[in-house]
Design a protein around this ligand. Structure first.
Ligand code: AMP
Ligand code: MG
Length: 417
C-alpha cells in the first residue's frame, strides 16, 4: 500500500492549530456562569475582609490583661455585661473586670482585645470564671486579615474555580468580565450514519461522534451547536457547512470523510470550501485529522471512527477550546505509570492506547482496557487514560514507564498527579 507519510507530528499539529486560534472577547457574566472561564479584568477589594475584627470562637470577649495568672486552680472572675450574637454590633464596651458573652463571627466589642473559649471557662450566674490566661489577640480574627481594602485580589487571566467564585461573592461582585464560551458547530458525515432516534436501516450505524464530541465540548467549557448529519454528497456537505457558518460558531468540528476511502467527499468539499493546513498527523488512533479554516472559523476535521474522533478531540480540540477561552496552553494532565502489557505498533507514529490505571506502590500501573481498534468504543468507556507510546518503538515490551493522559481526573482523587 502506498501511503504518504504524514508531515506533522502531534506537537507540530498542535502548534499549527493554536497559532491560528484567537481568544474570544469578554462579556459581563454572572459569577456562577463564569465557572471554568477566564477573568478579563483585574479585581480589587473595595473593603476589608473580614470588614471588622471578630471572634473565631464562641466564648467571652475580655481584656487579655484581666486574665493574667488565670489557671484551673486560680480562676479569674469577670462580670458578664452583655450577650452578643454574630451579625450584631455591641453598644457596650468591655471594661476592667468585665466580659461580654460572644458568638463566632460577632464583632469584637470596644475595649476587648481577646476571647476566651467557653471550654476554658465556668459560667456562674451573671459572672464567669476564666480558667486560662489569654494573650492579646487570642481567638480574634483581625479586620482585613484575609483581604485588605484596595488589594488586587484576582488578576485578569486567572481561571475562575469555586474558590475564586467564593472570593468574588465575598467581595460583593455578582457579575465579572470573563471571556465568553466558544460556540462549537458539530457536523457528522456519512451515508451510513443514522440519527439516534431514526429507524436503523440495513448497513447503517448510529451517530456516536456528534454526542461524544458534544460531551467533550461541554466538559471543556464550550457550547455545542449540533449541525446534524450530512450525506456523502458534495451538495449535502457544502449545504451543511454553509448552514453551520450562519450559526455564529467560533469553531467547527466535522467527523468522518477525511481518510482515503472512495466516498470521502468531505475531503473534496473541504479542499474547495476551506483553506486547509494539513490532513494527517503521525499518531494512532487519529491519523486522518485535518485542520483548516472555513470563512473565519477554524475547522477540525476529526476522523470518523468513534475512538479516533474522541482522541483527536482530546489532543487538538481541547487546546483549541482553551485558547478560544483565553486559557494558557497547559499540557494534558498526565501521570507516569508502568505499562503492564506489550504491544506492536507502527514505527514513526505516536500511539495513544486506552488504559485503566491502578495503584502500584506510590505510583500507578496501567493495563490495556481491551481491543485497541479505532472503532472499539467500549475500550474507551473502560479507560481512565491514554498511555503514550513514543514514535521510536516498533514493539513495546511490558514493564516500561509511560505517560498516561488522564481522561477523567476524578478517578484518581488522592493520586500522585
Ligand atoms: P470515514 O472516515 O468517514 O470512512 O469513517 C470511518 C469509520 O467511522 C466508518 O466505519 C464510519 O462508519 C464510522 N463513522 C463515521 N462517522 C461516524 C459517526 N458520526 N458515528 C459513529 N461512527 C462513525
Ligand atoms: Mg464517511
Amino acid at each position: 500500500m502506498t501511503e504518504i507519510y504524514p508531515r506533522y507530528s502531534v506537537e507540530e499539529a498542535q502548534s499549527a492549530v493554536l497559532e491560528r486560534i484567537r481568544v474570544l472577547e469578554a462579556e459581563e457574566t454572572p459569577i456562577l456562569d463564569a465557572l471554568g472561564r477566564v477573568l478579563a479584568e483585574d479585581v480589587y477589594a473595595e473593603y476589608d475582609i473580614p470588614p471588622h475584627s471578630n471572634t473565631a470562637m464562641d466564648g467571652y470577649a475580655l481584656r487579655a490583661e484581666d486574665t493574667r495568672g488565670a489557671a484551673a486552680g486560680s480562676p479569674v472572675m469577670l462580670r458578664v455585661v452583655h450577650n452578643l450574637a454574630a451579625g450584631y454590633v455591641s453598644d457596650r464596651a468591655v471594661s476592667q473586670g468585665t466580659a461580654i458573652r460572644i458568638m463566632t463571627g460577632a464583632p469584637l466589642p470596644p475595649g476587648a482585645d481577646a476571647v476566651v473559649p467557653f471550654e476554658r471557662t465556668e459560667a456562674d450566674g451573671d459572672r464567669v470564671r476564666v480558667l486560662e490566661e489569654q494573650p492579646v489577640g487570642a481567638n480574634v480574627r483581625a479586620a482585613g486579615e484575609d483581604v485588605h481594602g484596595g488589594d488586587l485580589v484576582l488578576v485578569r487571566g486567572a481561571e475562575l474555580g469555586p474558590a475564586e467564585i467564593g472570593m468574588l461573592a465575598a467581595l460583593g461582585r455578582p457579575v465579572v468580565r470573563a471571556h465568553r464560551r466558544p460556540r462549537v458547530g458539530i457536523l457528522a458525515t456519512g451515508d451510513e450514519v443514522a440519527a439516534i432516534d431514526a429507524p436503523l436501516r440495513p448497513g447503517q450505524i448510529r451517530n456516536a461522534n456528534s454526542y461524544s464530541n458534544a460531551a467533550q465540548v461541554l466538559r471543556y467549557g464550550g457550547i455545542p451547536v449540533p449541525l446534524g448529519i450530512a450525506r456523502d454528497s458534495t451538495e449535502a456537505i457544502r449545504d451543511r457547512l454553509r448552514g453551520g457558518l450562519r450559526e455564529n460558531i467560533d469553531l467547527l468540528l466535522t467527523s468522518g470523510g477525511v481518510s482515503v476511502g472512495d466516498f470521502d467527499v468531505v475531503k473534496k468539499v473541504l479542499a474547495e470550501e476551506a483553506e486547509m493546513h494539513f490532513w494527517q498527523v503521525r499518531m494512532r488512533p487519529g491519523k486522518p485529522f485535518a485542520f483548516g479554516r472555513i470563512g473565519d472559523v477554524p475547522l477540525l476535521g476529526l476522523p470518523g471512527n468513534p475512538v479516533s474522533a474522541m482522541v483527536s478531540f482530546e489532543l487538538f480540540g481541547r487546546p483549541a477550546l482553551h485558547r478560544l477561552m483565553g486559557k494558557r496552553h497547559v499540557p494534558h494532565p498526565t501521570v507516569r505509570a508502568v505499562l503492564l502489557d506489550s504491544l506492536d505498533k507502527r514505527k514513526g507514529f505516536r500511539y495513544f492506547v486506552r488504559v485503566r490505571l491502578e495503584r502500584l506502590g506510590r505510583g500507578y500501573a496501567a493495563r490495556l482496557t481491551g481491543e485497541q481498534g479505532s472503532g472499539i468504543l467500549l475500550s474507551m468507556v473502560r479507560a481512565d487514560g491514554l498511555a503514550v507510546i513514543p514514535e521510536e518503538y516498533e514493539h513495546y515490551r511490558a514493564g516500561g514507564t509511560v505517560d498516561v493522559l488522564l481522561l477523567d481526573c476524578n478517578v484518581l482523587a488522592g493520586g500522585n498527579a
